[in-house]
Design a protein around this ligand. Structure first.
Ligand code: NDP
Length: 337
């Protein structure tokens, strides 16, 4: 399959124009284009331009508010809620950052509930931004029912990711961001698109049998990582990002969509912890560095997040590659509108 190479700025411009021409106002298009391009820049293609046609379908169907105006409300001294006004997640997430940081600095810890938004993608942008401000961050979200409970064969939980970030003394924070499924949904969709197999641990067919065919897994159910342990974490995320914040469970989000297409609607729970309220932040960070030094003494070990940070440097220099078929699809969306 041939690829098109473009700079990050070109990728942003293409995405921004496509969203603007397909029903997003400037603020929403800029926030979404920035987030999709950021994912490409970190070589997380499953959250990159691959999602753009889906975004356009969401706005065109009338489900997604391309002119959303998210609002911030304090529910309790350490609880902030941002209502995404049925827009794409990136604008609400951007607007939510400063109030969450302020609230964590006031209270030592703060919880943010972001609701009524579409396509909460990767968790690392939110938690990494918190760690860059010197805070520790934890984020979770639920999506459509893709993962079977342990022992079951029917998809019920989302692939429900968890992100964690910790500030470091020098350089980029420590960040991990992982699905509670064995592999992320987007990876299976990309494997299906590219005719590649998936690991046998990824999922089962509708008959409950293991398979490496991504198309069969898409018809059946994904599996949690580590068997019942991943499934329990997926259930925890359902509760935190669903009932706790007044949002859908994964299967309710799918029912709400009712086959209209476009990205899932839902919410995100983010916890921010201010190190300075627990002691001298320099001492806390230095103590964390002791752990990282010990971890990295072992051959073959790297810290989570390092692949992305290296990718970020590479794509700044060399640009990104997207499949020509995707580029053609995006260009046709520009022409159609
Ligand atoms: P991966 O399994 O690719 O990676 C999970 C984490 O482990 C990353 O932080 C990664 O860091 C780290 N990691 C990978 N390999 C190693 C290693 N050898 N040593 C140390 N750390 C390592 O991610 P997933 O497939 O589980 O998820 C991909 C993305 O999809 C995430 O961003 C997640 O938020 C998102 N997602 C979103 C969903 C949604 O509903 N919105 C649902 C499910 C997933 P690094 O990045 O540096 O490789």
């Amino acid at each position: 399959m041939s690829d098109i190479n473009m700079t990050l700025q070109q990728a942003y411009d293409l995405t921004f124009s496509c969203l603007r021409k397909n029903g997003c106002n400037e603020e929403n298009a800029a926030a979404a284009a920035s987030r999709l391009t950021q994912a490409e820049g970190d070589m997380c293609q499953a959250h990159g331009l691959f999602r753009l046609p889906w975004y356009v379908a969401g706005v065109k169907s009338g489900r997604v508010n391309g002119s959303s105006n998210p609002s911030v409300k304090k529910l309790a001294p350490a609880v902030v809620r941002v209502d995404g006004d049925n827009g794409f997640a990136p604008l609400a997430q951007k607007i939510a950052h400063d109030p969450l940081v302020d609230c964590a600095r006031e209270n030592g810890i703060a919880v943010l509930a972001i609701t009524n938004m579409f396509h909460i993608a990767a968790m690392w942008p939110e938690v990494e931004a918190l760690a860059e401000d010197g805070l520790c961050g934890i984020a979770v979200t639920a999506s459509y029912p893709y993962v079977a409970p342990a022992g079951g064969i029917k998809a019920l939980f989302g692939t429900n990711p968890m992100g964690f970030a910790w500030p470091r003394r020098d350089g980029a924070p420590l960040v991990f961001d992982q699905a509670s499924s064995a592999i992320a949904r987007g990876e299976i969709q990309i494997a299906a698109r590219d005719g590649q197999p998936v690991p046998v641990t990824a999922g089962i067919g509708p008959d409950g049998q293991p398979t490496t065919d991504p198309n069969i897994v898409l018809q059946g159910a994904q599996l949690g990582f580590g068997g019942y342990k991943g499934a329990s974490l997926a259930m925890m995320v359902e509760l935190l990002a669903g009932p706790l914040i007044g949002e859908f469970l994964s299967f309710e989000a799918e029912a709400d969509d009712a086959g209209q297409g476009g990205p899932p609607k839902g919410g995100e729970l983010i916890i921010a912890i201010d190190l300075a309220r627990f002691g001298n932040p320099e001492d806390i960070i230095t103590h964390g560095e002791v752990l990282f030094q010990e971890v990295l003494k072992q051959d073959g070990v790297r810290l989570p997040g390092d692949r992305r940070f290296k990718a970020r440097e590479l794509t700044k220099r060399d640009g990104i590659n997207i499949p020509k078929s995707l580029h053609d699809e995006i260009t046709s969306l520009l022409d159609e509108s």
